[in-house]
Write a protein that binds this ligand. Sequence first.
Ligand SMILES: NC(=O)c1ccc[n+]([C@@H]2O[C@H](COP(=O)([O-])OP(=O)(O)OC[C@H]3O[C@@H](n4cnc5c(N)ncnc54)[C@H](OP(=O)(O)O)[C@@H]3O)[C@@H](O)[C@H]2O)c1
Length: 331
Amino acid sequence: MSHGRFDNPVIAALAGFWDIFRKQENADKFNETHRFDGKICIITGANSGLGFACAVEMAKRGANVIMAGRSGFPDAGVRVRRKSGSDKVEMRYLDLSKVGTIHEFVDGLVKDGIRPDATLLNAGVALPKARRTESGQDEMFLVNYLSNVILTNLMVSKGVIPIHSNGFSKPRLIFISSDSHQGSSAIDYSEFGRFIDHGVSKGIENYSYFKLILNTYATELSRRLNPGTVNVGVNVICPGPVHSNIIKPAPLPLRLVLGAIFRIIFRSPAKAALPVIYMSVSSDYEGKTNEYLHMFNNKKMDPKVYIPEEGQKLWEESFRVWKEIDPFING
Ligand SMILES: NC(=O)c1ccc[n+]([C@@H]2O[C@H](COP(=O)([O-])OP(=O)(O)OC[C@H]3O[C@@H](n4cnc5c(N)ncnc54)[C@H](OP(=O)(O)O)[C@@H]3O)[C@@H](O)[C@H]2O)c1
């Protein structure tokens, strides 16, 4: 069954073209006074592309940056320090396709007493064909979706993200999504969490479909953490088209075509990072939750994302799959 809006990678890449020329309504509100001095920021997938650019920008603006990733040790951290001129940058190991490393990562934060002010759930992959993880899931499902459920739930349940913080600023969770989620199908629970072999077309569909699932989860998490009052800002952003390494796993001919589109049309990670930084630190987002930005524009996500029954069902199904695959919570 078809789930995503696009099944052709070239059309999917070109679909973001006009968005670049749209007026960016909040861009004028963002400036050099937006700083992170004294704040801690965690970024998943920070060794490359958008995550790397966010790490540089946050470090430049005074943040203590924790780059969480599975590769790029130590050179990505060294480059962030050099580009930002800050030494308040560290790297920690986190492979989101291996559930055990998520536990180790969160336990490390607990041990070191780290309580991030902003956490960017940024890591993601776009794979041309299905790849099975150690725990038996489709890698894109696990990395782009379920690992974010596991990571955020462990961070909250272990107090890394305190729900009732006395501080002036509430912690912020920001999910990096894609506007291509708009128009994806409703969540199909007959396939949920199951490994199904596929090729390029289905891979492209799944990419936007998993972003719809991610946004539905973010909306449900926002509901659960904020009953009546905002305790944790849980917001979602699409950075627009970014000239990053996301096409690296594509087969060579496709990579050449997409590479040309990325080079000519797409924006640099440094530019694409700016609305993410704005959402992470601006007082415009203090006390706000379940907001969506498409670059610098306020927007609504796909209407299905906001249906409470969908959120409830997704929560239950996500926990069911998590429990099935995670030996660390099954004892
Ligand atoms: N590029 C775009 O046009 C675009 C548009 C909209 C949204 N986005 C979203 O932006 C986010 C960042 O992507 P990008 O474009 O900057 O691509 P990228 O340069 O490929 O960066 C992706 C990051 O995710 C990391 N990652 C992948 N699998 C991982 C795993 N198992 N464990 C930990 N980290 C893992 C990668 O690490 P490795 O280097 O080790 O693989 C890399 O650091 C993604 O969520 C993507 O969906 C991108």
